[in-house]
Design a protein around this ligand. Structure first.
Ligand code: PMV
Length: 314
């Protein structure tokens, strides 16, 4: 048995948080950063070994409730396939930082579900796998919009609107993105809850911010389709300002955003739940080095580059 499966990280280009309220958002996979699952024969029933979390999760599919996301993933796969647990250990390993807006939870669960399917000699269509990972996301996030599981399972750029079919984004040019980690992990659930509390207490004001984000996401899609990096960068800057008003930025994120802009980025913003985690900067290829250096000097724990290119479609 030599089975290895994987799933990518993701970033949200524009539209996080507003997407929870029915506005569009655009997310892209980061294929160079992945979660992996490997299957080994075992004699102790189905077990999931998570190297990064240093835990061994036995899967008891008869338990009344399961609050461990890994065990829940396995149980949902077994139920979907009407299969008994195979005698295997599935070893998980991820290069994606946890709780940092890069979709590590959805990626690990997706790699695990694929490995379990492979161990059972079965396959789940991507739409079914996507729905299943969405159920698991609820354990991590409470009320997820579904954008993370969608971009990660399909591994394509998505223009995502909650409860609507996935829409195609045609990539009209190459967009270079520098991603920097504040080094501070942050709970998406508590950021989403914070925005909800604000929405409930200052409804009209917050609704206006969400409407503005929705409009700029629609414009961003046009910029991506026409290959207009400078215009997309301007929209990312506006999006970051609106996210600040939604209270989901942080001093670390603001410092990195400013450092990237001062070093010549077209635009920069937090990405994902915020209050920590990662930010993204859109750069011209000839300013990538300068922006990367500036982010490192400004305290980024990790900086890397990914390209959203013409070949990517959803
Ligand atoms: O999982 P994260 O931190 O990348 O955040 C997901 C994006 C949010 O819009 C904040 C939440 C959601 O469910 O869409």
């Amino acid at each position: 048995m030599n089975i290895q499966t994987s799933a990518p990280a993701k970033i949200i280009l524009v539209g996080e948080h507003a997407v929870v309220y029915g506005k569009p958002a655009i997310a892209v996979p980061v294929s160079s950063l992945r979660a992996y699952a490997e299957v080994e024969p075992s004699s102790g029933g189905l077990q999931i070994a998570s190297a990064d979390l240093d835990e061994m999760v036995p899967v008891d599919i008869s338990a009344a409730t399961i609050d461990n996301a890994l065990a829940l993933t396995a149980r949902l796969v077994l139920q979907k396939l009407a299969a008994s647990p195979p005698e295997v250990t599935i070893r998980l390993h991820s290069d994606i930082p946890i709780a940092s807006g890069l979709g590590s939870g959805a990626a690990v669960s997706t790699a695990l579900a694929r490995a379990l399917c492979a161990a059972l000699n079965a396959a789940l269509p991507e739409a079914e796998l996507n729905a299943l990972i969405y159920e698991v996301e609820k354990v991590y996030h409470g009320t997820p919009s579904g954008i993370d599981n969608t971009v990660i399972v399909y591994e394509h750029p998505v223009y995502f609107v909650r409860q609507q079919p996935i829409q195609t984004v045609v990539i009209g040019g190459d967009f270079m993105l520098v991603i920097a980690d504040t080094g501070r992990s942050a709970s998406t659930r508590s950021a989403v809850d914070g925005v909800r509390a604000l929405y409930d207490s200052r409804h009209e004001q917050v609704q206006a911010l969400l409407d503005d984000i929705g409009e700029l996401v629609a414009q961003a899609r046009g910029c991506i389709e026409r290959g207009q990096a400078q215009a997309l960068g301007d929209l990312m800057n506006r999006n970051h300002a609106l996210l600040q008003q939604l209270t989901v930025s942080s001093p670390e994120l603001d410092r990195l955003v400013k450092a990237a802009l001062d070093a010549g980025a077209f635009g920069a913003k937090l990405s994902g739940g915020g209050r920590g985690g990662n930010m993204i900067a859109l750069v011209a290829p000839d300013s990538e080095g300068k922006v990367t250096d500036a982010l490192t000097r400004a305290g980024a724990a990790r900086v890397f580059t990914t390209i959203l290119g013409r070949r990517a479609r959803c």
